[in-house]
Design a protein around this ligand. Structure first.
Ligand code: SF4
Length: 388
């Protein structure tokens, strides 16, 4: 392989054709494993030298095949992933690790197995609570994942290999934080669209290669001469965004997207895995308790004082207040893909919390198509006018 491009240019190249590097590695004898959402335990794949490849959708591609399997009143992102699978766009993968992210994700995982019959298939039945019993259940699921991967590859995941994989992924998480720190100055050193492209690229190549690329991107961005201009600073919260069209629309309307709380962004990369005596304990805790998607129900932690709604909100969304403070955010865009129940149901509580802490916000719903973004632009412009 001859890679001429470096840093952001290479990121854009991978973003434009995200399967090409994985296909190249596959042609060279590597195994490539697809995974759905952020719950499959990637360290298990990396420990076996398998390339983890996140299954994403394609906003610009009309859904023509998936409607035979899924009704049109479910999440269009998930319908898009299945559509791409049915069209053979993921045929290069050696298998998939699916997960019970939400009910639509769960159904689609089983449909994927039935219709696409991948050589390897594992369904991680992630619990929906974070109690100790749920953590134990998660650990057992990870044990079975490890066993089935070992059976499939004929290789062992030794303690040393797993520790090495955890270190490698943690390095990537630390580098992503470093990149996000470059969005803290005003103006930020890197746009929201470029950050998203970087996150998508990282989810398409081996983790060690991603770490090298991230180091190049960080050093390039630090030396940038053409700075962005000062504009209202926004955080985007909500359902998956795996295509830059939405972020580009917001930034071209006159804002800098400086922070996110989405699963192709901080949610996927911020929590690290603690090195525990039994590595599965650290992995189970990170993937079940520390990932912040509302698909998992969290008991509020109230301390000594009487329970009340604001304390509940504080314990669930306090991390958003920290993002707002640390990235100096002026306003929040809450967005959800149409029919995404788990985010849709969370919106009223997040709005109440943002009202409580005095941060302006707007809620946008979209149907995961580029064509539907134009009317939302007017609403974003009106919101930016309010921010002044
Ligand atoms: S966007 Fe919502 S409905 Fe779609 S897969 Fe993610 S959590 Fe599930």
């Amino acid at each position: 392989m001859v890679v001429n491009r470096k840093g952001i240019e290479r990121i854009k190249e991978i973003y434009q054709d995200r399967a090409s590097r994985a296909q190249e590695l596959k042609a060279g004898g590597k195994q490539v494993m697809g995974y759905l959402c952020i719950y499959p335990v990637l360290e298990m794949l990396t420990a076996l030298d398998i390339v983890p490849f996140r299954i994403l959708g394609q906003m610009s591609e009309p859904i023509t095949k998936a409607d035979a399997c899924l009704p049109t009143i479910v999440c269009p992102f998930i319908r898009s992933t299945l559509d791409l699978g049915l069209k053979g766009k993921y045929d290069f993968m050696d298998g998939v690790v699916m997960a019970h992210v939400c009910d639509v994700g769960e159904k689609t995982s089983h449909i994927w197995r039935t219709y696409l019959n991948p050589p390897y298939y594992y369904f991680l039945d992630v619990p929906h609570t974070t109690h100790l019993a749920a953590q134990e259940q998660m650990k057992e699921q990870i044990k079975t994942l490890r066993q089935t991967l070992e059976d499939f590859t004929g290789k062992k995941i030794t303690a040393a290999k797993l520790k090495q994989a955890i270190d490698l992924h943690n390095q990537q998480r630390a580098l992503v934080r470093e990149l996000y720190d470059l969005r803290k100055p005003d103006p930020p050193l890197i746009s929201g669209a470029e950050t998203l492209q970087t996150m998508v690229a990282l989810m398409s190549i081996p983790v060690a290669e991603g770490n090298d690329l991230l180091k190049q991107v960080i050093s390039e961005v630090k030396q940038r001469k053409n700075k962005l201009s000062k504009k209202p600073r926004l955080l985007i919260w909500g359902s998956i965004i795996d295509n830059v069209a939405l972020v580009e629309m917001i930034e071209s309307a006159g804002a800098n997207v400086v922070m996110d709380d989405i699963c192709v962004g901080s949610r996927a990369f911020f929590p690290a895995v603690a090195q525990t005596d039994d590595p599965l304990d650290g992995l189970a805790y990170r993937y079940l308790v520390e990932l912040k998607c509302p698909r998992t129900f969290r008991e509020a932690t109230y301390g000594e004082t009487k329970k009340d709604y604001i304390q509940d909100l504080e314990s669930r969304f306090g991390y958003i207040k920290e993002y707002i403070r640390d990235w100096n955010v002026n306003g929040v865009i809450l967005q959800a893909v149409r029919y995404c129940d788990i985010h849709g149901y969370e919106v009223p509580a997040v709005r109440d919390y943002l009202d409580h802490i005095g941060t302006p916000h707007i809620y946008l719903e979209h149907d995961y198509s580029e064509a539907a973004l134009a009317p939302l632009r007017t609403r974003v412009q009106a919101f930016l006018e309010l921010l002044g």
